[in-house]
Design a protein around this ligand. Structure first.
Ligand code: NAD
Length: 252
């Protein structure tokens, strides 16, 4: 089979940006989707015009109980899961290295790395109960490949995402479970617009995008399509990989 039609996929960070585009794309392609986000209001708003077959669940990915709860609800509703898109993430505040607080550093790691760890573990446990194959996709970043002077915790956390992918793929391979990541570049979402504002406005974002080989920012859907490929059987021989969808930014 190709595509993700008929699969049950859990998406985190589903209320906005890339996650929201993924919910829409996966559902349009015939998947059943569990849409998870900490922002319950935004989640409810975001799925009003989504196709049927989308189950919204308000949960904080950094909380163990919440992650167990969304997985339980997914299985109660759809009977199993086939894929998990671990996409929720935050930038944290902008600060130069000497001013980064331990509290801030831990918070970014709790959400970005802790959330992906908990979601990956929950998916592995569920796949074991099903005694079947499955696919996990994490959202990495162009920040997984380089640093920046004012988002230290974010860049470090996205490097950790790559570690989760590699370690997860080694454990999962013999079980038929694939673990990969999509690494977006500049995509104008809520998160990235906050970033652009902090750094000098939308013009800055556009000018940065204009220096990439494709000379433009990406659309959330152009990241979601890559996640769909990595969740689908089309990528059945791909595991442990980070696939950039960044307009060529990481090739320069
Ligand atoms: P976004 O802010 O539009 O969406 C992120 C969503 O995650 C929001 O709806 C938010 O409520 C949710 N979220 C935040 N903390 C959560 C938590 N603890 N539990 C559950 N949900 C939570 O941003 P986006 O750009 O769509 O980001 C999605 C992913 O893409 C993130 O992992 C981000 O790091 C990554 N990314 C984005 C870009 C970009 O340019 N936009 C580039 C590289 C990587």
């Amino acid at each position: 089979a190709s595509g993700i039609a008929g699969k049950v996929v859990v998406v985190t960070g589903a209320a906005s940006g890339i996650g929201r585009a993924a919910v829409r794309l996966f559902a349009d392609e015939g998947a059943s989707v569990v849409a998870v986000d900490v922002d319950a209001d935004a989640l409810a708003r975001s799925i009003t015009d989504a196709p049927p077959g989308v189950l919204p669940v308000a949960a904080d990915v950094s909380r163990e109980d919440d992650v167990d709860e969304y997985m339980t609800r997914a299985v109660r509703r759809f009977g199993r899961i086939d894929g998990h898109f671990l996409n929720a993430g935050i930038f944290g505040s902008f600060a130069e290295l000497p001013d980064v607080t331990l509290e801030e550093f831990r918070h970014v790691f709790d959400v970005n790395v802790g959330g992906q760890f908990l979601g990956m573990r929950a998916a592995f446990r569920q796949f074991a109960l099903q005694e079947g194959a499955g696919a996990i996709v994490l959202t990495a970043s162009i920040a997984s490949l380089a640093g920046s002077s004012d988002l230290l915790a974010y860049h470090a956390s996205k490097h950790a995402t790559v570690g989760l992918v590699r370690a997860g793929s080694v454990y999962g391979g013999p079980l038929g479970i694939r673990v990969n990541a999509v690494a977006p570049g500049i995509v104008p979402t809520r998160l990235f617009i906050a970033d652009a504002d902090a750094r000098g406005g939308a013009n800055d974002m556009e000018s940065r995008a204009a220096t990439t080989p494709l000379r433009r920012a990406g659309a959330p859907r152009e990241i979601a399509t890559v996640a769909a490929f990595l969740l689908a059987d089309d990528s059945s021989y791909v595991t442990g990989q980070v696939l950039s969808a960044d307009g060529g930014a990481s090739a320069v």
